[in-house]
Each structure stands twice: as C-alpha cells, then as structure tokens.
Design a protein around this ligand. Sequence first.
Ligand SMILES: [Ca+2]
Ligand SMILES: [Ca+2]
Length: 229
Amino acid sequence: MKKLFLINILGLALFVCTTSMAMATSVTIDSTTYTTASSSTTYGGFIAPSNTSWDSGSNKINIVDWLLTYGGNNSYTYVTTGTWLSDGASSVILAEIAGNANTNTFGYYTESGRTQLFNGSASTNATTDFNLNPAQIFGFYLGVSGGTFYYTDNSLNQNIQAAIFQLNDTNQYIIGFEDLPYGSSDKDFQDMIVKATIDQTAPVPEPATMLLLGSGLLGLAGFRKKIKK
Ligand SMILES: [Ca+2]
Ligand SMILES: [Ca+2]
C-alpha cells in the first residue's frame, strides 16, 4: 500500500513537471517580461490585434505569442537594423497566418539582388540554407503578389514591414513579416514568421592583432622601398 502511494506521488510529480515544461509562461523582450495571454484574449493561439501586445498595443505585433510558443522563458532583443554580415544562414518557416500564405515568397537579398528560398507552396517547418562566398551583407525579404517586396531592412520599405527579435547572446533570430502595406495592414507581423540562424563567420581580429598586422605590413612596405632603391 505504501509502495503504491509512493508510485502515485512520483507519477504526480512527473505530471506536474512535464506540464510546466510544456507551457512557456513568459518571454522577455528588451527587458520587459510578457506572460501568456489568457484564452479569452487569444485567437488561434495569438494575442488578438485589439489587445495589448509587446509594445502596449500601438503596433499590435502579435508575433509575441510566437515568441512565447517558440522562445518562452527566454530573452529577446527587438532588432532595428535587419541586415547581417555573414557567409550564409539557415531558415525555417515557423508559421504563415495570412490569406496569401500560398503565394507569398521568402528569400534573401544582397547588393547584387534577390534570391528566393521559399516559394508560395512552402509552409510551416520548411527548411533551407544558403551559403555566400565571400561573406557579405544580406537581409531577408518577403515577396507578395503584384511584384512587391518587403525587406528586413525597414529603411528599404515605406514603413515597418518586418519585426525582428534576436534570441539574446545567440545568432538566432525570429522574423515576422506583415504582407500588406503597413498603413492598410492589421500590423500583426505574423504573415510570414521565420526563424533564421545566421552562420558564424570567422572571428574578427582583435585590435591588438590588427595593430601587429598593420606594423608588419608597414615593415614590408619599408622593405620593398629598400629593394627598389
Ligand atoms: Ca507558403
Ligand atoms: Ca498581417
């Protein structure tokens, strides 16, 4: 009887443990902690646009619920630059909550143009990666019908079309696109949600190393001059 009681206790403890592990309870963005919205304020697992979101509702970025789903109990930073210097990245579609989910495309761009990574039929869990040689500056884009493209570098758009969150101290980003012009959109930034892991490029030389390298080159220049004479 005592044994059975112990087994029950153990089972209950395990249940409590796994339940709490499955439910992300909070996510921190720019030092502010957000908790899972109650069911009455969510629709399909998202904070409804009329309710408070990460920025107190002014931009209604419902992508916060995705951070709660995929990055709960972690800290993120809202990123405003939207470009990276690297030799590639891997990307996975987390979700597309959009009427145009079957036609919206996604890809990366460099100064030499756009390269598509996902066509319209790609959907949740589609994964791809790309490699650049040499490393260069790139960003991501969302392609919508009518030949319009929205970029992670929001200065290339009329307004904010991409909300980007970096998992603190990592090279992992969650990017949410709005697929209608900002002014006429619902501003939920969940029309194309992609997790991008930026490749780690060779470490940038330390200033001391640069100095050594510089003085070495200067020495070499002096040496060459001597030979020429
Ligand atoms: Ca799609
Ligand atoms: Ca939207």
